[in-house]
Design a protein around this ligand. Sequence first.
Ligand SMILES: [Zn+2]
Length: 141
Amino acid sequence: MDRFRQFGLQVQRMMAQALYGRNGFDDLARTCNVLAILLIVVNIFAQSTVIYIIWAVLFLYSLFRIYSRNISKRYAENQKFLAVTEAPRRYLKLLKLQWRDREYSRYYICPKCKQQIRVPKGKGRIEIRCPKCSERFTKKT
Ligand SMILES: [Zn+2]
């Protein structure tokens, strides 16, 4: 058992050493990895060569990012990725909240300033006033 733990520690040390001075897992690498895993699952059923190639590209690209030594360049790319995907990421976050609070609340995004607004559920048609920019809009809750 002790030997097993020692082996675990050694693997950890080796991984840390391998990543020393490297970019490591950033958002872009993680997203590529998640997409790659999803594609593997899809391809169990689809068995498509195209999906396999896309999987390989995503997987290799995420490895390239993780082990890249050009950290400043990878950082800039990651920031760009975050900026480009801001809207869909915000929407996903909203869906998550919506699902979590589905019994009592609904979430809306202000059409003017994009502020996220939470309103109680089951009040019928109500006028919502944005707390940030005072824009008014009507929604059915
Ligand atoms: Zn607003």
